[in-house]
Design a protein around this ligand. Structure first.
Ligand code: ZN
Ligand code: ZN
Length: 282
C-alpha cells in the first residue's frame, strides 16, 4: 500500500521487551478474575471466571462484553488476578537467585566491589548515546586509576569515571548514533551479562563484614538459605559507604544464624526493596 503524502509514518528503529508493572497491568485489565469456576453447571461462562465475556467471546454464539464484537472480530482483552500473597515471578527467578547470592542479607547491599558498579553504570550511560568506544575507554580509565591510586574510596572512583562520562554525554548530545543500533544493544547485554556472571559471588560482605549466606534453589520455585554463623553489626569506621538510615527489611535474626531456612517470597521482596533503597547510586 502506498502511503499518501499526508499520512505520517515512522521507520521502526528498534524493539524491546519488558514487564508491565502491577499498576500498568491493572490499567490494561478489563476484569478482575475472582471466580475459580470458569463455566457454570449449564456450561455457560461464569461471571468473573476465566471465560468471563468481558475478556472476549469463547465461541461464535457469544458477543464480547467489552467491545461488543463477535468471535471473529474481538481480539480479546486482558484480565488480572490479584494474588493474596507475594509469589516469585518465574521469569525473574534466576535473576532473583543471583541477586541474593550477590547481596548481603544482613545489611542489604550488593557485595561486589564499588568500582564494578560505577563502571557498569558509566558504561551503560555512554551506550545510551551510542558511544561504543567509550565503553572500553572507561575500563582503561578505571584500571589506570586503580593502579595509580592504590585503594581509592568509592566516591573517588565515581568522580574519576564521571568526569569522562559526562564529557562523552555532552559531546554526543547532538547527532547521537542512537541507542538501538545492533552493536550498541549487543554491547549493553554483554556488559550486563558479564556483571551478573562475575560479581554475584563475594565470600564476605565488604560493608558489614558478614560472611556469605549460602543460597540454594529448588525446582526453580523455592529458595533455601544457610545463614552465616556470625553476623557483624554495621559500624561506621573506615568505610564511609554505608547507607544512611536504617533499612526497613530485617537483617539476619539471631535465631537464624548458622541455620538453614526457607526464604519466603515476601522476605525476598523486602530484601530487594532494601537493596534498591540502600544502593542509591542514581
Ligand atoms: Zn472484545
Ligand atoms: Zn553486609
Amino acid at each position: 500500500m502506498l502511503a499518501s503524502k499526508h499520512t505520517p509514518w515512522r521507520r521502526l528503529q528498534g524493539i524491546s521487551f519488558g514487564m508491565y508493572s502491577a499498576e500498568e497491568l491493572k490499567k490494561l485489565s478489563v476484569k478482575s478474575i475472582t471466580n475459580p469456576r470458569y463455566v457454570d453447571y449449564l456450561g455457560n461462562p461464569s461471571a468473573n471466571g476465566l471465560y468471563d465475556l468481558a475478556l472476549g467471546p469463547a465461541d461464535s454464539k457469544e458477543v464480547c462484553a467489552t467491545c461488543v464484537q463477535d468471535f471473529n472480530n474481538c481480539s480479546g482483552h486482558l484480565g488480572h488476578i490479584d494474588l493474596p500473597l507475594t509469589v516469585y515471578n518465574p521469569f525473574l527467578f534466576d535473576k532473583l537467585y543471583l541477586l541474593l547470592r550477590g547481596s548481603c542479607l544482613s545489611c542489604h547491599m550488593l557485595t561486589c566491589p564499588r568500582a564494578a558498579i560505577y563502571l557498569l553504570i558509566s558504561q551503560l550511560r555512554v551506550l545510551e548515546v551510542g558511544a561504543l568506544q567509550a565503553v572500553y575507554e572507561l575500563e582503561r580509565i578505571l584500571s589506570r586509576f586503580l593502579e595509580e591510586t592504590g585503594d581509592p574510596s568509592a566516591f573517588e572512583i565515581q568522580e574519576e569515571l564521571e568526569e569522562y562520562t559526562s564529557k562523552i554525554l555532552q559531546n554526543n548530545l547532538l547527532g547521537s548514533q542512537g541507542t538501538h543500533v545492533k552493536n550498541v544493544c549487543e554491547s549493553r547485554s554483554k556488559l550486563v551479562a558479564q556483571f551478573w556472571k562475575t560479581h554475584m559471588a563475594a565470600k564476605q560482605c565488604p560493608h558489614c563484614k558478614t560472611g556469605r549466606s549460602v543460597v540454594r534453589k529448588e525446582h526453580n520455585s523455592k529458595l533455601i538459605i544457610t545463614y552465616p554463623a556470625t553476623v557483624h553489626k554495621k559500624s561506621d569506621q573506615e568505610g564511609t559507604e554505608l547507607p544512611e538510615g536504617v533499612p526497613e527489611a530485617p537483617g539476619i535474626d539471631k535465631a537464624q544464624m548458622g541455620k538453614r531456612g526457607y526464604l519466603t517470597p515476601s522476605s525476598a521482596q523486602e530484601h530487594l526493596f532494601a537493596i534498591w533503597k540502600n544502593e542509591d547510586v542514581h
